[in-house]
Design a binder for this molecule. Structure first.
Ligand code: HXC
Length: 544
């Protein structure tokens, strides 16, 4: 190539060096004809599968791939790559169905001013089915994202493996899966489900950190309703089997749902605002650390003194985070625990809180999975964790035991124990038994542990404890119920308070509820430069 000149024929194909050199005399490299040809090619690529299929996409209530990317990125910042890639397959009529760009639009742009890579499957091209070429395009942006340390967002709308390409398509999926796995914990990976995602195709989203589903149009399942009916006889609709509501509340596969695509992309942008671009960075600190509305005194009134009474812990969260602004994750799944992102003193935090408003905030299988995954995400991406504790214990019963509460509960212990980000915990009311240990106790390498003065920390609640240790004494009493009540009060006074734990140093301080927000912000600032590590190993073996 040295010294040679390459050029473009008018049809856009590449000329040889000599041909290019001789054509120099007849046309400039900036000729209007070449520019017009480029514009035409690009315009054709923009049409994906063509106007008819774009109309069909709209009639399904869906945006096109490019419209979706426009909604994701800051206006005018998206730069497409590989717009001219086509597949090379010829079988089953594919040689007559080539579309520039094939079935996915890829590139990068800015979200809230920060670089993010993305791909959007284009349903107008062969149903967004994954060809070898499409998988190469996706892998290219994933590789760029990891090498440049930027988040990657995948927008899914696809009929799955391109049937005509057979094993080449499966190969493409596998290449994406391995990249999802290797990028896990390195850059944030976000999936939007805005159409079908069926069969093995669901596993790329499942490996990513967060899945957003758009109501009515997003569906995920391993096998669709027809196969389900044929194999098991069960009659079920697409929506019931794999729609947003099912995955957000029952399976926990979806972390977020949105009523429409515009709202969905707003949520993605909001989520990204809490996250660092990669695992070597700190989350972006905002200038705005407005105190929440409502006043500090009202916080204590939100939590009833009677430990058996419910309240909404999200009201407490709203009163302690900047601007009262909280982004719950997995909102509809395992509502007995609340997890999500907020800012305190301008810096992003991950919040984990037992939710007394749902089954008294008990820890069960789903709550353990939900919180453990969130804690691990925060730890991977340097987001400090604030834990609000009010927990009666683990859920008893054969359903939980047979479902593996031992294995699942252990995940939460494991997640808190291995996390090296700053960890701040506050016991609002009660922390009993194993659940006390699990919820970011001092022993699990928590940094600052606080409690309100009414907190009860014990092996179990007073009623249960008295029934076990004073059974004979109660039975022998003239008035067993009066004796039980007396012993319960005695136990509560002696053990069920924060001062025993504080006297041992298991709690760093007992605070006035009105001082909650400043106390947590002070603790976060104190631990800002924390450095901690774990023994070297290939990886641990979390009880999956
Ligand atoms: C090639 C496909 C395709 C596919 C759809 N199309 N899926 N082409 N391979 N997998 C094409 C259709 O032929 C059609 O082309 C266009 O896309 C739109 O499809 P429609 O069926 O008209 O759309 P709609 O009625 O909305 O139905 C969407 C759909 C349905 C539910 C996704 O197309 C469907 O059931 N597709 C097959 C799904 C599937 O079984 N995929 C394989 C899953 S197994 P024209 O030219 O008419 O516009 C799998 C394994 C992955 O993916 C394993 C990874 C490890």
């Amino acid at each position: 190539m040295a010294g040679g000149l390459r050029g473009c024929r008018e049809d856009g194909t590449i000329t040889s060096d000599n041909e290019a050199a001789s054509s120099q005399t007849t046309q400039s490299i900036l000729s209007d004809t070449l520019r017009a040809a480029l514009r035409e090619r690009r315009a054709q690529a923009q049409l994906g599968g063509g106007q008819r299929r774009i109309e069909a996409q709209r009639s399904r209530g869906k945006l096109t791939a490019r419209e979706r990317l426009d909604k994701l990125f800051d206006p005018g910042t998206f730069v497409e790559i590989d717009a001219f890639v086509t597949h090379r397959a010829v079988d089953l009529g594919l040689d007559r169905q080539r579309f520039p760009g094939d079935s996915v639009v890829t590139g990068s742009g800015l979200v809230n001013g920060r670089q993010v890579f993305a791909y959007a499957q284009d349903f107008t091209v062969l149903g967004g089915s994954l060809s070898e070429a499409a998988s190469l395009k996706i892998c290219k942006v994933m590789d760029h994202a990891v090498r440049t340390g930027c988040p990657i967002v995948g927008i899914n709308d696809s009929g799955g493996a391109r049937i005509q390409e057979g094993v080449d398509s499966l190969h493409g999926y596998a290449e994406i899966f391995v990249r999802n796995t290797l990028a896990s914990g390195v850059v944030p990976q976000i999936t939007v489900i805005a159409g079908p995602a069926a069969g093995g195709a669901v596993y790329s989203p499942a490996i990513t950190d967060f899945i957003f589903m758009v109501e009515s149009i997003g569906q995920m399942y391993i096998t669709g309703p027809d196969v389900v009916r044929a194999v098991t006889g069960e009659q079920i609709s697409h929506e019931e089997l794999g729609g947003a509501a099912s995955h957000a509340s029952r399976s926990g596969v979806a972390h977020f749902t949105a009523p429409d695509e515009a709202a969905c992309f707003d949520q993605v942008r909001r989520l990204l605002s809490y996250l660092p671009s990669n695992n070597t960075e700190s989350p972006p600190v905002s200038e705005n650390d407005d105190p929440p509305a409502g006043g500090e005194e009202s916080i204590a009134r939100l939590v009833p003194a009677d430990p058996s009474q419910g309240y909404d812990v999200q009201d407490v969260i709203s009163l302690i985070v900047d601007g009262g602004d909280f982004l719950p994750v997995h909102h509809a799944f395992a509502p007995n625990i609340v997890v999500g992102f907020a800012r305190m003193g301008g810096a992003p935090v991950g919040i984990v809180a037992n939710q007394a408003a749902h089954v008294a905030g008990v820890l069960d299988i789903d709550a353990s999975d939900k919180a453990a995954r969130f804690v691990r995400f925060c730890d991977a991406f340097n987001v400090p964790i604030v834990t609000l504790v009010d927990v009666p214990g683990f859920m008893p019963g054969s359903a939980q035991e047979y479902g593996g509460i031992i294995r699942h509960g252990a995940k939460l212990i494991y997640a808190y124990s291995e996390a090296t980000v700053p960890k701040i915990a506050l016991i609002l009311r009660k922390a009993y038994g194993g659940a006390y240990i699990v919820m970011s106790s001092k022993e699990l390498r928590s940094d600052v542990n606080l409690a309100w003065p009414g907190a009860e920390i014990a092996v179990m609640g007073p009623e249960g404890a008295v029934n076990v240790i004073s059974r004979r004494e109660i039975a022998a009493a003239d008035d067993p119920e009066a004796k039980r009540a007396e012993l319960i009060e005695e136990y509560r006074g002696q053990f069920a308070n924060p001062y025993v734990a504080a006297s041992r140093g298991y709690l760093d301080d007992v605070i006035d509820p009105a001082d909650t927000r400043p106390a947590i912000i002070r603790a976060l600032r104190m631990m800002e430069n924390k450095v901690d590590s774990s023994p070297p190993r290939k990886h641990g073996n979390i009880p999956l």
